[in-house]
Design a protein around this ligand. Sequence first.
Ligand code: SUG
Length: 448
Amino acid sequence: MKSFEVNFDGLVGPTHNYGGLSYGNVASQSNSQQSSNPKEAALQGLAKMKALMDMGFQQGVLAPQERPDVAALRRLGFAGNDAQVIQQAAKEAMPLLVASCSASSMWVANAATVSPSADTADGRVHFTAANLNCKYHRSIEHPTTSRVLGAMFADQQHFAHHAALPAVAQFGDEGAANHTRFCRSYGEAGVEFFVFGRSAFDTRYPAPQKYPARQTLEASRAVARLHGLRDEGVVYAQQNPFVIDQGVFHNDVIAVGNGEVLFYHEDAFLETERMLAELSSKLANVGGKFQSVCVPRSAVTVDDAVRSYLFNSQLLSRPDGSMLLIVPEECRSNARVWQYLQGLTSSGGVIREVKVFDLKQSMQNGGGPACLRLRVALNETELAAVNPGVIMTASLYDSLTQWVERHYRDRLTESDLADPQLLLECRSALDELTQILKLGAVYPFQIN
Ligand code: SUG
């Protein structure tokens, strides 16, 4: 049976803005308070989806969330009708209003961890929504994420959904941004690679000194248990705490893997040699031949990696077995990174081509090509069981582009977030979106 990696990209929501909400994420901090362009952001994301579809890759779309999240503000004690809740929050606690307006659900690499059916004990595709509880604005995503994923992957014969882990720092879980899967082919058993930033209970593991380590070992292990993964099919590795302190807030800012290939920075991990040996032997046990491509710090510094998002790229398999790297424009404007990429693609190695995308609106909040997509490996039967409304086609692309043109503003500043009209605009846009994507009622305003 045929199998595929399907990339489901997050559609940027109408409240995309630069709130400076993510301490430890250099781009989010340095672009705080700038005015944003939600329309351009959404169109840039859609252009990437369309381009990948046109290149022959399987592409889907994941809906954004209801923002401002009035229900979240109510839980924090703001009261009255919806407009009063927003106005009271704007007056008394602007940072909470900004957090409740974040369009951060667009970075769907953080939506969930996904294990394909070939890896799991019950032969279903497993999803665990990420609790994202390191940042308040992200911690409010998972209930809607679960409903949206449930509406996309509804068939219980093929898909199993787990609620987010307990919402405490000890189980901090950031989803697929810290998870990679290696395999010979997508439909065969593979090795799932979980990268954590710290351990909550075991003091032998070092921790960063400056910025938070968002993912814990305990969260990764819990997800592996929930998904019914075999010990022989899992490898755990610790992210180098020094790179977290330089702004590598997720592993996907310093490494990316696909198929049998890991593309990573020399400073990405602790105990790199042990980790590579374990990946290699576990992949060999399921018939795969592990390959690693290490980018030396002498060619690309960690700072270059953080600024250019070289590793927040999509590594895609082409039919001839070679790979294509989808990188953000910022890689081309960094001379060292661009020179490295020229050498990489001409060296005769597995990565043969680089394609560049302008994702500046998302990049300014620390979200590159890889942050914007959730990978789901599916066989033909499972793909046929996915809600067809969320699979990208030329006509869906046209509908979504027109929908964005109709509903999105092209400029948003912090003061605009307090405008109750924005809430109404967002709700009417999302109501229409659920019809376009055939999701049913998934948003709080549609349910309550
Ligand atoms: O969680 N930025 C996101 C970026 C997530 C990137 N995802 C991956 N690396 N997979 C975050 O830090 C910034 C929002 C703001 O400041 O307005 C933000 O949430």
